[in-house]
Write a protein that binds this ligand. Structure first.
Ligand SMILES: Nc1ncnc2c1ncn2[C@@H]1O[C@H](COP(=O)(O)OP(=O)(O)OP(=O)(O)O)[C@@H](O)[C@H]1O
Ligand SMILES: [Mg+2]
Length: 231
């Protein structure tokens, strides 16, 4: 059984020491249109190529067969049978799906994707403190459940989160994953994706739990998915 699922981008796989590791949760966060879903589909396709299934929990309704076909090239029909797509329509259904995940994760499953885990959560936020605490607790519970399955079933998990901008006292602005403390608590590794001045070029940063600094890499969003950027 292979221990890692490659993303297919050499420079990123090198930083991830081979790719998405079984038993680990990788958090992917970044602004809109930076290639998060593309990366998730690409990893699912690579997992399928290795003969393992992916459970893809598509909370954003953005897993398009057409996009997968571009990434899978000629092997769409064969690879598509390896991807089990789940489409919760609200935060309650998302909880329901995650709670029952253990029933679906058999030996042939190599990867679990949640894209995005914070979409419905964010829709439910209302500014009311008690409600926010309740939603945070629920999100934390879902992440705990995913972490438990990831370890117990020895699968890789790729969890996508949206970002929110945070303004510091000195007026610096940065992007953080929504519900950062919850998300980073459970993640073994985080991949942050940053836009550049060119729309098809992204800067990708790998953040290790050990806080070891890793040099960012540049990737290109192309028809066949994400690839190493070459000038
Ligand atoms: N066939 C293609 N060839 C090149 N680029 C493409 C192709 N299909 C989509 N893209 C680009 O990929 C980007 C969107 O990628 P993706 O949907 O993975 O982003 P995302 O980070 O998941 O966005 P969101 O936050 O909205 O979910 C867009 O910039 C789009 O132009
Ligand atoms: Mg997306």
């Amino acid at each position: 059984m292979p221990q890692t699922i490659p993303t297919g981008c050499g420079s990123l796989d090198e930083r991830l020491k081979g790719g998405l590791r079984r038993g680990n949760i990788v958090l992917v966060y970044g602004e809109a249109e930076t290639g998060k879903t593309t990366l998730a589909i690409q990893c699912s396709v690579n997992c399928a190529r290795m003969g393992y299934k992916t459970i893809f929990i598509d909370c954003d309704n953005t897993f398009f067969a057409r996009r997968m076909a571009q990434i899978a090239s000629g092997d769409f029909d064969e690879l598509a049978t390896q991807i089990i797509l789940m489409r919760p329509q609200n935060f309650n259904q998302q909880a329901f799906v995650i709670d029952r995940l253990a029933e679906y994760v058999g030996e042939k499953v190599g990867l679990i994707v949640v894209d995005t885990i914070t979409g419905y959560y964010r829709e439910e936020l209302s500014g009311n403190m008690t409600r926010t605490l309740k939603l945070n607790r629920e999100l934390n519970r879902q992440m705990a459940c995913l972490a438990q399955i990831t370890r117990a079933k020895n699968v890789a998990s790729l969890i996508v989160s949206q970002v929110r901008s945070v303004v510091f006292e000195n007026a610096d602005v940065t992007m953080q994953p929504v519900a950062m403390r919850v998300m980073k608590f459970w993640a073994d590794t985080a991949i942050s994706i940053w836009p550049t001045t060119e729309s098809d070029k992204i800067r990708v940063n790998v953040e290790m739990r050990s806080k070891k600094r890793v040099k960012p890499t540049l990737l290109k969003i192309a028809e066949k998915g994400l690839q190493d950027y070459r000038k």
